[in-house]
Each structure stands twice: as structure tokens, then as C-alpha cells.
Design a protein around this ligand. Sequence first.
Ligand SMILES: Nc1ncnc2c1ncn2[C@@H]1O[C@H](COP(=O)(O)OP(=O)(O)O[C@H]2O[C@H](CO)[C@@H](O)[C@H](O)[C@H]2O)[C@@H](O)[C@H]1O
Length: 468
Amino acid sequence: MTITHISAECYPVAKVGGLADVVGALPKYQNSASISSQVIMPFYDNKFTKENVFSSIFSSEILLGNTPIEFNVLVLKEKPLDFDIFFIDIPELLFKEYVYSFDDTERFLAFQIAVLDWMLSWEKHPDIIHCHDHHTGLIPFMLQESYKYETFRKIPNILTIHNAQYQGWFSHSKVGLIPPFNFDHVGLLDWGGTINPLAAAIKCAWRVTTVSPSYMEELKAAANGLESLLSAESGKCSGILNGIDTDVWNPETDHYIIKNYSIKTVNAGAEANKKHLCDTFNLDFNKPLFAFIGRLVDEKGSDLFPEVFKLALQNNNLNILLLGSGNPFVEEELKNLKNDYIGTYDAFIGYDEKLSHIIYSGADFLLMPSRVEPCGLNQMYALRYGTIPIVRSIGGLKDTVIDISETNGFGICHENVTVLEIVNAINRGIILYENQPEYKKIRTSIMNIDHSWHVSAKEYINLYNSIN
Ligand SMILES: Nc1ncnc2c1ncn2[C@@H]1O[C@H](COP(=O)(O)OP(=O)(O)O[C@H]2O[C@H](CO)[C@@H](O)[C@H](O)[C@H]2O)[C@@H](O)[C@H]1O
């Protein structure tokens, strides 16, 4: 069986967040489960494309409305990944230093049209087309409705929703950019008076998955406007928990971290990484280190961080280290806080893959007070590196973290996203840290939890089999 994944991000080529991690890992695990899985993504102007050599295997031109636009399909000439990957190169639209920006409608529409135009030239169609998030959400619609792609009508396609907050909305005035289709069906594109690519995909895809079972249920009550649509389509929807790439995220071999370690050597290993963080960010090695890694957006609860950090740091009995970027007001406040808590607090505003790995290995606790968390990968990385997650019980966090007050519990959970509940959860972490034998016992036990892709990759294969 051949699966074609289509995505805006894929690790290690281009990563903004968790979407890249999933699309960079799932195909690899699917290949090892004896199906053939490949990825098609845009060709961006970034570190990966600068450092690698590519060759062109196809050239043509698409029509975006009435405008002809040239595109190439590129492949890696050397250093292949663990799965086949194809790049859609549209120099004037996609070849930018960023993945997402203000002009995404034209960029991702051109990408999706180029993917399908190129597929028209294939001798054999894929058995399944697997689309990820709204950037590829018009593909299920075009497969079903566009005259040009009539030969694809019988190809089963799947949409995976990694985050329903973002839907790719654009005005009906741009409908002419979509290749001609039966206009009686234009309603399939619409949700709430605008063209909504995520809604169109939910309506047209053969199956819809979310990245955890709990998130699937929660979306019926809170989906940024799509609640009733998801309830109506629930018969074809299911939640499959993400896995993690245990080759990339392995404290025994991770080349980013300062000292590698296994379950047996975690105490010395994690401490060496903590020492490095404390030296680099002027923190106090003798106090527990609480960290956050991620996008500074309201979904992650980051608007509360300045107040949370002030309250938590006032007793001078912990360190906090943050790595992230996003809302400029929050960034500014987090930077300003540095002056007030020298020696126990620091924030690195920006994106740094290496630093993120060192933090997963060197922090004592990882904070995830998310308002919305479709799956969350960070808590699973933390577990694998022996760092205790402190999470709000929602979405995938609810599916992967059990509070220490429960039987076999190993994390700290809170119900609501309020300053007081987050600070209270941090205080529970401090109490746990003071009981070093118990803290170390949990640290070792969490490293044994298996969140590798093996189980979830099989669930996807079962789903593919059910529609193929
Ligand atoms: N500043 C920074 N520097 C370095 N690394 C950084 C970083 N900011 C984030 N990262 C990395 O990006 C990834 C974030 O993954 P998440 O799953 O937590 O979030 P995201 O919300 O992007 O993904 C969405 O898709 C994924 C995948 O389905 C879901 O798990 C999730 O719930 C959903 O919101 C992790 O690998 C993390 O280390």
C-alpha cells in the first residue's frame, strides 16, 4: 500500500511546531511496518535547503485563477531521509525564509494545485492521500469536486487535524483561484460565510482523525466554530494518539545534549545537563528547575506566564527557564522579568532545536498549562528524558499524564488554566523534589513509558485498510 502524506512542515526539513515532528516520524514507522509512505511538502528557503543538494524530476505550470505559475518537483540528490520526500518548488510563492505568513492563501493553494497537477502525471496513483491540517485542506475538496482531477475521485483520502484553532479562512472573492468545479457544490467550501479549508476538508475527506482521542471529544464542544460540523461528521472521525520518534528523541544517543544517559545513569546524566543549563542561564543548580518550551500563544496558557512566574519565584525556592516565541507583548514581559529574578529565572526568546533537547534532559519539571492541546509532544519527550511533566488535564495531555496522587501516577495535573492553579501545581512539584528518593523513583519509571510510534502507526494502517 502506498501512502502519500501532504504537509506544510516536516522534520528535519522545516519545523515550526509539532506538525513537523509527526510528519517527519510517522512515514518512517509506516515504512518499517511494510507499507510505502512518502511526503510531499513545499520547498522553502531555509537551513535545510541551503545545506542539501536537490535535483528536479518534474516541471510544469499551474493556473492560479488565470495566472500561470511555474513549478518544479525536487528530490534530495544525496543524504536521503528514512522515507521518500518530494518538494514542490514555486520560487515566487513558496521559496521564502518563513513557513507561514500573511500570504498563505495563495501560497498553500498554489502548493496544493501543484501537488495534484503533478500527480496527474504519475503512472500509478497512491492508495491513500493523507492530508495534514488546513494548509492541505482543499485537497479533499478538489479531489471530489474539481473537473481537472476527476481521475482521482476514487482515491481514499484522510485529513488529520493537528490543531483546529487554525482553519485557513479566506474570502469568497478568491474562489476563482480554485480549479473549476461544479458551482452548485460551492457550499462545501463555506463555513460561517467565508471559505474555510479546514471545514471543507472535514466535509469532503473520507476519514478525519485528530491527534488524540480526548481532543476528538473536546472538539465537539470547542472547535473554534466547527463544533456542530464535527458533531455532524463524527461517524467518520476518530482520535489516534501521536507517538514520538524514539530515534531522534533518545537520551542515550541524542547528539544535541551535553551528556548522554540511560535509565541506569539518569541521575548523573540529567544532572550534567542541568549543570550546563544553570551555568549558561545563571540559574541555581541546587533548586528545582521548571521549564517551558513552545509557542507563546494563548492556547499554551503563555499569557499567564508573567503573573505565574512572579508569584512562583517570590519564595526564591525554584528556577524557571523558558524557551519560546510568539505574542510580542508576552515576549516583552518575559524579557523584562529577567531583571527582577537574576539567578533563578531566564527566558530565551526564539527558536532553538538544540537548546530544546538540552532543556528536556536537564530540567526537573516541564510546564504545559495549555488551554487547548490536541496531543502535545513535549510531555512525551520530557517523559523519555526523565523530566516530570506538569500539565493541565486536557486533550492529549489528559491521555498521557497521570497525576502522582493516583495509582501509578507520575506527573502533576491541574484542571483549570488560572494563575493560582498553575502556581499550586508548581508548588506540588517543589514538594516532590524535596523528597529526592520519591522524585528519583518517578524519574526512572517515566523513562520506561513507551510512546514510540509503533502502536499508533498500526492504528493508522488499520484505518487505511478500512477505506482502501
Ligand atoms: N522555541 C522553540 N525552540 C525549539 N523547539 C521548539 C520551540 N517551540 C516549540 N518547539 C518544539 O516544537 C514541538 C512542539 O510540539 P507540540 O506538539 O507541543 O506543539 P504544537 O502546538 O506546535 O503542535 C500541534 O500539533 C502537534 C502534532 O500533532 C500536537 O501534538 C499539538 O498538540 C498541536 O498543538 C516540540 O518538538 C518542541 O520541542
